[in-house]
Design a protein around this ligand. Structure first.
Ligand SMILES: [Zn+2]
Length: 366
């Protein structure tokens, strides 16, 4: 059996973001709601809506021995003092089981779900509620999902299953129908901007546009290294367009970023001379700039570009470029980028893939 404690560390980021407040009131705002909590909950929402943090916060509250009313609005929150809260905060709660994709896999295999099912029938160690979080629930393959059905229907007493997904439609209907569903929306732009300012993020409007409205992603994208990577990708695209760089050398320069010390676009502190990127970061920014260009070409006669592009700080350059484009070729290039997201999951030669994309980019220009 896998050891749930060993994988519970990521859950330490339990958080109730401001835009979860009214949902929280409906879901777990008072003691009767906690006492009568549904045994299977599906938390669904776009990437960056804070689903996982909410699931963790909910788990901690459900397992807390004495949840307290929050001073401002009286909604319940974990006490942070009891034995259960202490264990939760240490990442070693014996009554919490976090099931995610194994590190070397993209799916949650059936054997891991069977381990989980065996765990659910054990008694609670702290004689209180037990909580399971499955995230992302859509990573369960069909066998795994089918094997969970009976547990979802008749879970052991005092066990709550929380399934988290950003792809609700790809879950089996039999899974969806056995869960109470809660949809988490992204906050309104003004509220998101306000939250980012509170976090000390500069250029909140730009970061939100880059993150498609998700304040959590926007906060992570404000990282110095992430912005340096974005600038290098966008500058490469512009230099190829102006003829001051060739696709092959631009590809090589971007490829080199992936062999610098491997970091994700999280809040890492990489200096300007030590910019590093993951393969998916580079694809993400290429996608972002070519999507902006395609949108400008198609929509600029109708609406102000600032309302629909991501790279707001490159607006002028992109506007100028949009007059030189073969739109049909650019749309084909966007399809290739979408395929690239899948190709990079396998054993593709990324340098060659970048060369191909950037050569195709040059062909998009008049
Ligand atoms: Zn507590």
């Amino acid at each position: 059996m896998s050891d749930p404690a060993a994988v519970s560390e990521p859950l330490l980021a339990a958080s109730l973001y401001p835009w979860h407040q009214s949902l929280w009131q409906q879901l777990a705002g008072d003691q009767p709601k906690l006492d009568n909590f549904p045994h299977a909950l599906l938390l669904s929402g776009l990437a960056g809506s804070g689903k996982k943090a909410l699931a963790a916060y909910l788990a901690q509250t459900l397992m807390c021995h004495a949840p307290l009313p929050e001073p401002h609005n009286a909604s319940l929150q974990p006490c942070q003092q009891c034995r259960s809260c202490q264990l939760f905060n240490s990442g070693n709660h014996p009554d919490l089981y976090y099931l995610s994709t194994p590190e070397d896999k993209k799916i949650i295999p059936v054997v891991n779900v069977r381990d989980l099912i065996q765990w659910t029938v054990l008694s609670s160690q702290l004689l209180h509620k037990k909580v399971v979080i499955i995230e992302p629930a859509d990573a369960m393959n069909q066998n795994a999902a089918n094997s969970l059905l009976k547990t979802l229907e008749e879970p052991s007493a005092n066990t709550v299953l929380i399934l988290v997904t950003s792809k609700k439609q790809s879950l089996l209907p039999t899974i969806r129908s056995r869960c109470q569903t809660l949809d988490i929306a992204l906050p309104e732009t003004a509220a998101a901007r306000h939250w980012l300012q509170e976090q000390g993020i500069e250029q909140p409007e730009l970061m939100l546009a880059l993150a498609a409205g998700s304040p959590i992603k926007a906060r992570d994208m404000a990282d110095e290294n992430a912005q340096a990577v974005r600038k290098m990708v966008l500058d490469s695209v512009l230099q190829i367009a102006s003829g001051s760089n060739e696709p092959v050398s631009a590809a090589e320069r971007l490829f080199k970023l992936t062999s610098s010390k491997k970091t994700k676009t999280t809040r890492s502190k990489a200096g300007k001379n030590n910019v590093s990127a993951s393969v998916s970061d580079i694809i993400y920014w290429l996608d972002s700039v070519w999507t902006d260009l395609a949108r400008i070409s198609q929509l600029q006669a109708l609406i102000d570009a600032r309302s629909f592009i991501s790279n707001l700080d490159y607006e002028q350059d992109l506007q100028q470029l949009s007059n030189r484009l073969y739109l049909k070729k650019l749309l084909q290039l966007s399809d290739s980028v979408n395929k690239a997201y899948f190709e990079i999951q396998g054993s593709v030669n990324f340098n060659l893939l970048l060369e191909k994309l950037l050569i195709n980019w040059k062909d998009c220009l008049k």
